[in-house]
Design a protein around this ligand. Structure first.
Ligand code: NI
Length: 254
């Protein structure tokens, strides 16, 4: 059940059987010459929704804009500052906690969100427990967890089989395939001359301008010309199963 398609009495009923919720979190940022700018939000949303279908979990609205300051050298990218994203996650979670939700399971589509989301979780769990100096209490414990959909072993094995060392770190072949599966009408043509180099370079970077200088077309380590919608269907299915299992474990944990 998607929260934004539910009426409030349905959410009250849901809370009688579960206090867990799945929250997709992504980003709105360049994904190389052929990847959709919404890739990270689109993939997290679809995989989160599919995991919700499998488990009966409620799925919250997608956090579509994330921490992508390093992509701002490319037109169309949008970022929150880390402090803004912390405040956003804080307010989102505590609004639902007030109603009785206690288990917040974030399905993440963007590596750049990880550090900031975990900082937000530390703030939230401390505050929900009554603040940094609080004495132990019997109020319900708030737990937040974030998983990257591409990090599960079966998903990694599939992308390794399909793309080998051309999977890459950004504008990956697998994430582009998942968006091709979900939005076939928006598959971008590969430039006639291909991409150069075929597999993009890999290195560290400092800030948005340095990122663009080191990775002129936006890719890191990937060859998304290998992406196919049929691959995306398989990757999406593997990720949805893995995310659903991890959610069940999370909400079942004492
Ligand atoms: Ni991405």
């Amino acid at each position: 059940m998607l929260l934004h398609l539910a009426a409030w009495p349905e959410v009250e009923d849901y809370l009688k059987r579960s206090t867990g919720i799945i929250i997709p979190i992504g980003s709105t940022e360049q994904h190389g010459p052929t990847g959709l700018i919404g890739t990270d939000a689109i993939t997290a949303e679809a995989i989160g929704a599919a995991a919700g279908d499998k488990t009966g979990a409620l799925v919250g609205p997608t956090i579509s804009v994330g921490m992508a300051l390093h992509h701002l050298g490319f037109t169309g990218s949008i970022s929150l500052r880390p402090t803004t994203l912390i405040a956003y996650i804080h307010d989102y979670v505590l609004s639902l906690a007030r109603a009785g939700f206690t288990r917040f399971f974030f399905v993440n589509g963007h590596g750049g969100n990880v550090a900031t989301a975990n900082a937000a979780f530390a703030e939230i769990t401390a505050e929900a427990a009554g603040g940094i100096g609080a004495m132990p209490s019997n109020r319900p414990e708030i737990r937040c967890k974030l998983v990257n959909w591409w990090d599960f072993a079966p998903v990694k094995a599939l992308s390794r089989d399909l793309y080998g060392n051309a999977e890459g770190m950004h504008a990956t072949a697998s994430e582009v395939s998942v968006t091709q599966y979900l939005y076939r009408d928006h598959i971008k043509p590969v430039p006639a001359a291909g991409m150069s180099p075929r597999i993009a370079p890999v290195s560290h970077f400092f800030g948005a301008a340095d990122y663009r200088r080191r990775f002129p077309d936006g890719r890191i380590g990937s060859d998304p010309t290998l992406s196919r919608p049929e691959h995306g269907e398989r990757i999406h299915a593997a990720a949805a199963t893995a995310v659903a299992d991890a959610y069940q474990t999370f909400v079942g944990e004492t």
